[in-house]
Design a protein around this ligand. Sequence first.
Ligand code: GDP
Ligand code: IMO
Ligand code: MG
Length: 426
Amino acid sequence: MSSQVVVGTQWGDEGKGKIVDVLAEKADMIVRFQGGDNAGHTVIVNGKKYVLHLLPSGVLHEDALCIIGPGVVCNPFVLLEEMDTLEKGGLKCDHIVISDRAQILMPYHRYQDKLEEESSNNKIGTTQKGIGPCYSDKYARRGIRYHELLDFDHFKARVKEVLDYKNKLFAGVYGAEPMDYDTIISDFEKIYDRIVPMIKETTHMVNEALDQNKNVLFEGAQAMMLDINYGTYPFVTSSSPTSAGVATGAGVAVNRLQTIIGVVKAYSTRVGEGPFVTELLNETGEHLREIGGEYGATTGRPRRCGWLDLLVVKHAAMLNGLTDLVITKIDCLTGIEPLKVCVGYDVDGKVYDYIPSDQAIVGKAKPVYKEFAGWTEDISKMTTYDELPENCKEYVRFIEEFTGVRVSMISVGPDRVNNIYIHEID
Ligand code: GDP
Ligand code: IMO
Ligand code: MG
């Protein structure tokens, strides 16, 4: 049995997509277990760029089965659009399966997300893809799952029932126009024949693959600090993007997860609202945004940039049980002098060495920094650890020391091949 989990350790956009694509070379199966098309994963192969939202980033390896797991909130229209784009580019898409337990992200979820954000005095800065409303309906037990689509008359009745409720909400709370039932049903009729053959009971597929010692890769979207329980609540997403989320979101017992890989961007970024202790509202922050191309892959929003926050990565190491770290975008730090990493939060003289739960406290925190000397050499073509400048190695060693997790791989550029391998990832 070989199971690998890839998760983000910060606020998303660490480069998980690129790392999953690299690791997927050896995978028989790749499984998304949470989130939806709020994710934006960029993969670059031979200079060609692919941006994936719902499809697992392993999809470019056509021999591996790609599963959209039970914990995902899946907008079928977005999924088919993504498949169309790949097919136009000459890739096969007959290796993609949707769990019959996954939630259908409905057109009214997007509408509700937009209305909620527009009317709120405490905006989250969501991607407006309908993620929060879809998960809310799931937990309110009003959600519609993919197996319900198989009997179209049943599906139509369910949509009627939920839409009646939603339209009352839209009119009563937001003073907004209702959504039209016939349009929604006719849009589903158009995609029905394509989507239905992809719906399968995937929980047995995944467990049987593990029984047969196949290589199964679980791909996280979003990241630790966007976790619904342990992130910067309420400025979070609505799922559990941690290794714990794999158990519930893919239907795999916790003791079957072996290797848990945390992707760490060498600095921090965040999209949307919420406290960000190491944020740099200065030239260095702007430099990182430009050099790192830090603009949202889903919404195009400029990402907020700052120094690496190791309290955040330590939090992720503890809660995910990380066995390996992959550091990405360290090439973007070249030429910055000095470099800083956050090792504590100072709140009115009290220094925290862990993340406080109350975001009002985090909002007041001043970062306690450790400084590092930088380097000027171009490291983006390097392929071995030994070649790296000593100051760069020092930066990497400190991340290992502070988090207690070994760094197994360093990514020094966006392409599939720009990697330095240090330890074999089991
Ligand atoms: P994800 O959401 O975690 O998959 O990350 P995104 O794809 O949203 O953002 C990461 C961005 O950084 C993408 O544009 C990648 O192509 C790029 N990228 C990934 N790894 C590296 C790296 O090591 N160096 C550089 N310069 N860019 C990288
Ligand atoms: P990947 O997988 C970065 C953020 C949004 C917002 C909050 C809630 O590419 O790393 P939501 O639409 O989920 O209700 O928004 O979460 N967010 C992300 N930020 N990367 C992501 O995904 C994100 N997915 C959601 O910006 O602050
Ligand atoms: Mg992203």
